[in-house]
Design a protein around this ligand. Sequence first.
Ligand SMILES: Cc1cc2nc3c(=O)[nH]c(=O)nc-3n(C[C@H](O)[C@H](O)[C@H](O)COP(=O)(O)OP(=O)(O)OC[C@H]3O[C@@H](n4cnc5c(N)ncnc54)[C@H](O)[C@@H]3O)c2cc1C
Length: 399
Amino acid sequence: MEETATEQTPAIDLLILGGGIVGAGIARDAALRGLSVVLIERWAIGWGTSSRTSRLIHGGIRYLEQGNIGLVRESLRERATLLRIAPGLVRATPFLFVMDRGAWWQWFKVGIGVMLYRLLAGRDRLGPHYPLVRSAVVAREPLLADAPLIGGALYQDARGDDLGLVRANAAAAREAGADVLEQTEASIQMLPDTEGVVATLPDGRSITARAMVIAAGPWTDEVRAAVGLPAKRLVGGTKGIHIAFDIATVPLGHAIALRHPDDRRVMFCVPEPERGRVYVGTTDTDTDEAPEALTVSEDDIVYLLRAAQHLFPALGLTRSSVTETWVGVRPLLRQDGSESARSREHLMLREGAVLTVAGGKFTTYRSMAEEAVDTVGEMLGRELPPCRTAEVVLGQERS
Ligand SMILES: Cc1cc2nc3c(=O)[nH]c(=O)nc-3n(C[C@H](O)[C@H](O)[C@H](O)COP(=O)(O)OP(=O)(O)OC[C@H]3O[C@@H](n4cnc5c(N)ncnc54)[C@H](O)[C@@H]3O)c2cc1C
């Protein structure tokens, strides 16, 4: 039967605002645990940050430098889980960490780093990790023959189809019974005594939910303000740009981690043969731009192009070799320090019937979702069945 504008529907357990990887992951987990769920996405599933990433499902070798061992460990565990539950969307990939000529001590440091990375992965390690002399780097990746390198190191990580994973989680949530609404912006009213929330949809329908999760990535503070929660500056964005080349122009076989020749920041150059491209990224700069109106400046493009020219001087890459650019803003937790040092860890803020989930990385979305749904269970005063998202293969929710 068609619903009318005035029709009252029974209260659901959980309303989720935001259909990025975090919101979609929470919807899947909650629906698999038997909660009645509606997810509302203002634009399209995965339209936000989650389709503008470096596409790495990784422990984060550069977070080792920051001493963030806990985050690296958790991410490596989640990397193994995603390889298992999303084999068509996440693939193990060998990386070469390359070092510039003249910085021999870095060779030693990176060699130790990749071995520590392997150690931290424990049973989840993917393959060999060891330092390589220059000739061994070039033997593995002949396209680096003209790069000013002293050597490098081999390590293993994974890369994934970011948008594909968000869509797969949303489809899996639907499969498990959740209602996923796109192109929808709800107006939210809080019920007294933390009884829940009422969402009014543009068509006049209203949804009463006993609990609500805000999973709005870089829009978190804006969404919190719109629903009337106390003003807090939880999330601060730094902007990340990628550029891509046709793989015929840059016929690279290996994923490369490198330090940018200008400022020594770690970045990646990753071939995606299945998409016919090689991309380079990312930048990491503060921005005040609205997350839905980010711009890519020529300076950003030229900065990334310089990294590619440094690696492949013989290819004669120019601005016109760049075929594609994309930009996203990181929903990082606000804290003091440089852009790159801002926390990749997440926050769960419980206020009455509302849980705000902020920060985190794409790689750790599943464990964030698990923690969020555990918390929602407590908010509802219900003992929920255990989380199954680490075992159930994406798309096999019914089997
Ligand atoms: C350049 C860059 C590279 C990155 N690379 C990596 C990487 O390689 N590996 C990794 O692990 N992590 C990476 N990250 C981090 C990762 O992308 C994010 O942590 C993750 O995608 C955040 O997901 P999210 O669901 O929290 O946010 P989002 O994907 O931004 O989702 C939030 C959603 O909320 C929606 N929304 C906004 N307002 C409303 C509203 N009022 N009502 C309903 N919906 C609303 C938006 O449309 C959006 O779809 C990268 C980030 C950036 C920016």
